[in-house]
Design a protein around this ligand. Sequence first.
Ligand code: KG4
Length: 348
Amino acid sequence: MKKNIDTRRDDLVVLGIESSCDDTSAAVLRGHTLLSNVIASQAVHTAYGGVVPELASRAHEQNIVPVVSEAVSRAGLTLKDIDAIAFTRGPGLLGSLLVGVNYTKGLALSLGIPMVEVNHLHAHVLAHFIQEEGEAHDEPDFPFLCLLVSGGNSQIILVKSPEEMQIIGQTIDDAAGEAFDKCAKVMGLGYPGGPIVNRLANEGDSKAFAFARPNVAGYDYSFSGLKTSFLYTLRDELEKNPNFVEERKADLCASLQATVIEILMKKLRLATKELGIKQVALAGGVSANTGLRAAFEDHARRYGWKIFIPKFAYTTDNAAMVAMTGYFSLKAGRTTAMDAVPFARVTM
Ligand code: KG4
């Protein structure tokens, strides 16, 4: 039976479901307040050096029921208390998304409650609005800029409202996370490379090597030239010294990380200056990078930016940000029909 739910209530209880890549996650929010956030990461991919789509779908299918049960029980609620379900419709791996979309439909039907689709990229941006119980919380005012950096994206987004976002700059080739991962791979450092590069960079000299910097118009990014120049440095040095990587990996990582950060911050500085916006948020997997976080703090001091850096828990894929985004959509009067299909590719 269909329940009569006023989705514009401030204290709406939303269950979020995220299954776009290799994390199965469920979370419960009451209004902006987080009640629970459960994530099952899939270790199965480590041996392959990357996410294997078929294995990811299968692991989501195994994980989704216990993950949702755990999220609801950690929130101190039962399924009857849920007012609506927010789910990631895309972008992501189609097979993975299908698990979350189908599960959401079944649960929404059985509970007689509305469901609402979420754009995964919007969710990363809106993670900044999640409030944790008992914690002081400062959220951005609209409009603000968000640097979204992950394994698949490097974008500068002009966030005009929870529903209205515009990509004003993006990578024309590789993403920042991809640059970290690919360079780590040629050094034989393991997968995902970003966190390993970050750890080694802390012990190295960021000025030891000079790698190519792109020359791209406007607010767009490019990381393929940097990757090539990194590869050539390794190739040339290895010819002279076969132990080059082993001996210099900390310096290589520190120089690589500093170059990626310099590239990211240069365009962001330009955007803040030209648009006259000083509220700047960071989002996506690469936002876990401690050097990038330090660069944001440095810019806040030097240029008077008000910065928003996500907690580490919200840098990776999580359902709390999906529930948060769904809440904004529901308040704006949007719900999704039962014939919804996932999208592997979605733009803003
Ligand atoms: O958003 P995310 O979890 O998912 C994808 O878009 O795939 O981002 C994952 C990316 C990977 O490229 C990973 O290497 C990078 O984020 N990453 C990092 C760090 N932690 C994760 N890159 C640099 N430093 C880190 N600490």
